[in-house]
Design a protein around this ligand. Structure first.
Ligand code: SME
Length: 160
């Protein structure tokens, strides 16, 4: 059993430092990418409050395919450029969306989702996956969350 003792009400900078440390410890010695994504999805689910989906989409033959996640069952395949995930994968740029209903082409996997943060994971200049976080609260994610998840994406680039 893994007990990391993260204080979920800690300031965001501290929270992401802890999440990164825990993700590093969980993935450092494990070469299996599914195992690593599954554990990181669980870590994000447990320690980020006010989220209804945390997980991964992987780039497979030019489209995004659902990876390990926590939350409700979600759409399986997303074309590049479609929705928030497809926009992040196509551009290689983090998508911080305060109101998903105002995002053109947003894919509503869970009607409860109101805001979303999607961060690409880039290896050797190629997007290999995205980390997707959804929240039922408008503007749940801010620049601190984006920076924290970008640091996590960097860590995972060689571990998934
Ligand atoms: N809302 C996403 C689709 C994935 S789900 O949120 C899990 C999108 O618009 O790309």
């Amino acid at each position: 059993m893994y007990e990391f003792g993260i204080n979920t009400s800690a300031p965001k900078s501290e929270l992401y430092r802890e999440i990164l440390r825990s993700a590093d410890a969980l993935t450092a010695c494990e070469p299996d990418s599914v195992a690593n994504m599954a554990n990181v999805a669980a870590l994000l689910w447990e320690y980020l409050g006010d989220v209804n989906w945390t997980g991964f989409y992987r780039m497979v033959e030019g489209e995004l395919v659902l990876g390990p996640f926590q939350g409700r069952a979600a759409c399986i395949r997303i074309a590049l450029g479609d929705g928030v995930c497809g926009a992040a994968a196509a551009s290689g740029v983090t998508q911080l969306v305060d109101d998903v209903h105002a995002f053109p082409g947003h894919i509503a996997c869970d009607a409860k989702s109101a805001s979303e943060l999607v961060v690409p994971i880039i290896r050797d200049g190629e997007v290999i996956a995205v980390i997707d976080l959804d929240s039922p609260t408008l503007a749940r994610f801010d620049a601190y969350d984006a920076a924290g998840i970008e640091a996590l994406a960097k860590l995972l680039a060689s571990r998934i």
